[in-house]
Design a protein around this ligand. Structure first.
Ligand code: FAD
Length: 394
């Protein structure tokens, strides 16, 4: 009989998994469930916020996947019964599977910052899922008067794209410096240290000394309350009125993970690192941002690679072979100006069901590098974006 593999979520993880399985198991039924007809990519969306990239450059359709013989159902999975191996869709239909791969990305912990709920996000965009929210934040910056205060709130880890808030801060500061020079960005942070911190701090001191201020957790940076009517962010000791507020809320695995019983008390999904199979439910694999895969970061790079390795594991399992461990890697590029970037790379093992860093492999852009190094990194970032979106969406 033909193996039935269902993938829920057509982002960087899910789309890559579907395409990989199509190649690995030409005779299997591969079905991808994804509500949106187009996918809007988060990587490079901070350039859209900063006004130097069009949102249309972020959009990808699923037509090339359909052409390879993947069945795509544009609907939302609303219930998963792991014991019956059955998925219920929003439209009422149901699907059964031999193996299920979940790549639902993140959802937000609404209300974790008091007052920041779905309706507040329409006033103060998070822009942490790309699309309308990205455009809303860009448009609010464009409509702000010169002299305005932009405030960004950064959550406690773990969250999607560890260097993402600081890349965005750089590109917002660049926009203010070049277009609204009397304005300023204030970052209120739940962390005291962050990804690529020395590199960001170097770029900020060099490029945006008058347009960007960062306040860490121990400097009263933790936002606990938000008032949408007055755009006021409250920390322990301060109430700050913003002209534009970008609140990045605390996160958890996409809600369907909870419905499937694969998320634990942390809100994220524990997995066997070798097979990506849930440690909580049999025959359900989880990849991408939804997983607990530290020290791998929640990135599109990680989701894409995890998808390929998970696809190989699933192909072996349905062919009665055991998954085998391998070596994984990740690189996160961050723009510090519209044409300069810095990067961090890591290399990991997934032997014995656990992720671990391979010390001494990987590395960062050096601090104090000449600007042509950072320009070259920006060119590499562009090549990476083309490669990763090509692998996922064709
Ligand atoms: P997603 O790509 O979010 O895909 C999840 C998909 O699942 C979505 O299409 C969603 O519609 C679907 N879905 C959810 N629930 C259901 C359901 N119940 N039924 C059906 N479908 C469902 N990463 C990098 O590597 N490099 C970068 O430079 C980078 N920059 C970033 C900048 C920003 C501002 C942000 C926010 C993120 C950035 N990232 C970057 C991170 C990257 O976007 C994520 O890590 C990546 O998208 C994770 O892939 P995923 O498949 O886990 O989730």
């Amino acid at each position: 009989t033909r193996a039935r593999i269902v993938i829920v979520g057509g982002g960087f993880g899910g789309a890559t998994a579907a395409r990989s399985l199509r190649r690995l198991l030409p005779n299997a039924d591969i079905t991808l469930v994804e509500p949106n007809p187009t996918y809007t990519a988060c990587p490079f969306s901070n350039l859209v916020v900063g006004g130097t990239r069009d949102i249309s450059a972020q959009a990808f359709t699923y037509a090339p996947l359909v052409q390879t013989g993947i069945t795509i159902i544009h609907d939302r999975a609303i219930e998963i019964d792991a014991s019956r191996k059955e998925i219920t869709l929003g439209g009422g239909a149901s699907l059964t599977y031999d193996r299920l791969i979940l790549s639902p990305g993140i959802d937000f912990r609404w209300g974790a910052i008091e007052g920041y709920d779905q309706s507040a996000a329409k006033r103060a965009p998070h822009a942490w899922k790309a699309g309308d929210q990205t455009v809303l934040l860009r448009d609010q910056l464009a409509a702000m008067e010169d002299g305005g205060l932009v405030v960004m709130s950064v959550p406690a880890p773990p969250f999607r794209c560890p260097p993402g808030p600081y890349e965005r801060a750089s590109l917002i500061a660049n926009y203010l410096k070049t277009r609204k020079p009397r304005s300023k960005l204030l970052i209120l942070d739940h962390q005291d240290r962050f990804s690529k911190m020395p590199l960001f701090k170097e770029a900020w001191a060099e490029n945006y000394p008058d347009h960007l201020e960062w306040r860490g957790a121990s400097d009263d940076g933790r936002v606990s309350r938000f008032d949408a009517a007055s755009l006021t962010l409250s920390t322990d000791f301060d109430d700050i009125r913003a002209d534009v507020a970008n609140v990045i809320p605390p996160q958890k695995a996409g809600e369907i993970a909870d419905r499937a019983g694969v998320a634990d008390a942390t809100g994220w999904c524990p997995i066997n690192a070798t097979s990506f199979e849930s440690t909580l439910q049999n025959d359900i694999h989880v990849i991408g941002d939804a997983t607990i895969a530290a020290p791998m970061p929640k990135s599109a790079f990680s989701a894409n690679l995890q998808a390929k390795i998970c696809a190989i594991a699933v192909a072996r399992l349905v062919s009665d072979m055991a998954p085998e461990p391998t070596i994984l890697a990740n690189t996160c590029y961050s723009f510090v100006t519209p044409d300069q970037a810095v990067s961090i790379s890591g290399v990991y093992s997934n032997a014995l069901g656990q992720f671990s860093s391979i010390e001494g492999a990987g590395g960062l852009t050096p601090v104090g590098a000449m600007s042509n190094v950072r320009s070259a990194e920006a060119a590499q970032a562009e090549a990476w974006f083309a490669a990763i979106t090509g692998e996922a969406f064709g």
